[in-house]
Write a protein that binds this ligand. Structure first.
Ligand code: ADP
Ligand code: MG
Length: 629
């Protein structure tokens, strides 16, 4: 076959292959056009996951009738003119390719009217056929309707997934754009059902939280920074809500959703030691900087960018988020499961609930039949059985227990509950006793410490906390005085060594020496340990096994020996070995001491591996759970 120039339509289809991957790409391109046109409302209607139709209406600047044909012509754009413009892009689009690409692989109907024109226009394109534009009456703004996507590219059509999957992608794509433009209203409707409807003029945090979900609102920390002309704003999720995937990460550069390896690295570093390795933080991050400092012309779908000074961006992102996290109380609050005040319809339940002897503790749940607002849960026969059982039980109750039931009934009926005689059925309100200064500490199963603070009950994993405390002590010692106390071995402990291990030892030898571990090759195939930290000796840690583990880990993780990461890794292992274990009984003095140290340890809410050391049960939650509110 001779060489020949491709037909323009084929060129467009090839270009479309890069830009229009699936229905969500159409939504992205059309919504970006609406944003570039200054829309204040963008309305997206999708049928059958976008395979059938996608319709996007905006109230932006519109396209004049005589420019409609140009709009869908390839490489035609109103956004840039020359190379200088390309060097500092201020719009989301700039390639003039999207409409041409979409038109080449679908049936496109573009209707538009600039606000200052009396009539609008419409143009229809279908694969390689483009009709002449015609005048049309329509609202100011633009409506783009895309039907039968990929009707003429069967290969692409085959790659479309179920409607549910495709609408999922569309939802995510539009969400990403909506978060960056809180002043613009966004509405997404799928098969006539509204997926979301975001009003215009929201604040950035309102918009982000609306899209991240309610539960996340209390668990994100707002941060900002402004340095060297780089402006940051965002929300950093607490480690407790970290996810298994990066789906809840929203990264923007000049309001453009992007993926960026350097920024990802900065995020990982910011959360180092606060979160387990395999978790991904929830994050929203807006990086805004001079358009000339970032090249957006590096990816067909504009999903990646290149910074003039990526290191600077990395540094600022890392510092801002790290600082915010370290300054915050990251202790997660555990939520109690909702209490089951409803009476279960099953007979066994009814019986077990009501056949207690009257001498038993007051049974708050026994108040259920009276409190049950409707009979919805109970079947007729068990209902009456339950009521009989309850009445029987109630007769045998003492006045205190009856008082409790009366109180519950009044509550359910919406009456004041603090009438005399109603609240004296139990201990004084919990919030009172919390104010006592001498906090009791309880060790449970030789593993957990239970105490209280002003918010509620605090439960500490003794090993995890001690690890963190040790880590901090060792880290301070190393970075302050430089060396850990160690003990010389009369005869060196030897261990076998592969050449790979010897390499690793060579790399981290000086770091180990600083930590009190003196180790050097003895001959070609073994390592001798000449000195070992006193701290580890005292805990009965065996030098050979310790170093062997350490070298294994260093080998697997392949960390840069000079970096903070290597020190972190080794200290991590040392503190783990030196810390008290779960199952170690502690004296009262030790308990007190450990908790005292918690207060002056950085990042005390998580152990060096990033697992939590502490959880809290809030008094508010407890009160709700026990129906005291
Ligand atoms: P680009 O966005 O890269 O310029 P497109 O193919 O997406 O390329 O759009 C081509 C041109 O059509 C745009 O430059 C713009 O002038 C016009 N246009 C497209 N969509 C809209 C819209 N919703 N409102 C106003 N003008 C639009
Ligand atoms: Mg565009």
């Amino acid at each position: 076959m001779g060489i020949r120039q491709l037909h323009p339509h084929l060129v467009n289809q090839i270009a479309a292959g890069e830009v229009i991957e699936r229905p969500a790409s159409v939504v992205k391109e059309l919504a970006e056009n609406a944003l570039d046109a200054g829309a204040t409302r963008i309305d997206v209607q999708v049928a059958a996951g976008g395979a059938e139709s996608i319709r996007i209406a905006d109230d932006g600047g519109g396209i004049a009738l005589d420019e409609l044909a140009l709009a869908i012509a390839p490489h035609a754009t109103s956004k840039i003119q020359n190379a200088e413009d390309l060097a500092a892009i201020h719009t989301l689009g700039f390639r003039g390719e999207a409409l041409a690409s979409i038109a080449s692989v679908s049936r496109l109907l573009l209707t538009s009217r600039p606000a200052n024109e009396a009539t609008g226009g419409v143009i229809r394109a279908e694969g390689d056929r483009i009709d002449a534009p015609e005048p049309a009456g329509c609202a100011a703004g633009t409506v783009a309707e895309v039907r039968n996507l990929f009707f003429n590219t069967p290969a692409r059509r085959k790659f479309m997934r179920t409607a549910a999957t495709e609408i999922g992608h569309i939802n995510e794509t539009l969400t990403r754009l909506a978060m960056a433009h809180p002043s613009v209203g966004f509405k997404l409707t799928h098969n006539d059902r509204v997926t979301f409807d975001l009003p215009p003029d929201q604040s950035p945090s309102q918009r982000c939280i609306a899209q991240l979900g309610r539960g996340v609102a209390e668990a994100v920390l707002e941060f900002d920074a402004n340095e060297h002309g780089i402006q940051l704003w965002g929300l950093a999720g607490q480690p407790a809500i970290a996810r298994a995937t990066a789906k809840q990460q929203y990264i923007y550069v000049n309001r453009r959703p992007v993926r960026d390896k350097r920024i990802n690295h900065a995020l990982r570093e910011a959360y180092r030691g606060l979160m387990e390795h395999d978790k991904q933080p929830v994050i929203v991050l807006f990086v805004d900087l001079d358009a000339a400092e970032v090249d957006v012309n590096v990816h067909p779908a504009k999903a990646e960018v290149r910074f003039t000074d990526a290191n600077r961006v990395h540094g600022i992102v890392l510092a801002a988020i790290r600082q915010r996290l370290l300054g915050a109380d990251l202790t997660p609050t555990v939520k109690l499961p909702p209490n089951q005040l409803q009476l279960r319809p099953s007979e066994s339940d009814a019986q077990s609930t009501f056949t207690m002897s009257p001498g038993d503790a007051p049974a708050p749940r026994a108040s259920a039949p009276a409190a049950e607002p409707s009979g919805s849960a109970a079947e007729p026969h068990t209902d009456s059985d339950a009521v009989h059982a309850f009445v029987d039980y109630f007769r045998k109750m003492n006045p205190r227990q009856k008082g409790f039931i009366y109180q519950r009934v009044r509550q359910e009926m919406g009456e004041q509950t603090d009438a005399p005689g109603a609240t004296d059925v139990d201990a004084p309100p919990l919030t009172e006793s919390v104010r006592s200064t001498n906090q009791p500490i309880l060790q449970v199963h030789d593993s957990y410490l239970v105490t209280q603070d002003e918010h509620g009950i605090v439960i500490v994993d003794q090993h995890a906390l001690h690890e963190r405390v040790m880590f901090q002590r060792l880290h301070d010692r190393i970075t302050g005085q430089g060396k850990l106390e160690s003990q010389r071995l009369l005869t060196p402990v030897t261990l076998e060594a592969s050449s790979r291990r010897l390499d690793v030892l060579d790399q981290i030898g000086s770091l180990l020496a600083q930590l009190g571990i003196e180790a050097a090759p003895i001959g070609p195939m073994s390592i001798g340990i000449h000195a070992f930290p006193t701290l580890l000796f005292d805990r009965g840690v065996e030098p050979g096994a310790f170093l062997s583990d350490l070298l294994d880990r260093a080998e697997q993780q392949d960390f840069e020996p000079s970096a903070e990461a290597a020190l972190h890794e080794v200290l991590d292992m040392m503190s783990c070995r030196a810390a008290v274990k779960a199952g170690d009984p502690l004296s009262d003095a030790e308990l007190t001491e450990l908790l005292r140290k918690r207060d002056d340890t950085e990042r005390a809410s998580s152990c060096p591996h990033g697992r939590p050391t502490t959880v809290r049960l809030s008094i508010r939650d407890l009160e709700k759970h026990f129906n005291r509110t």
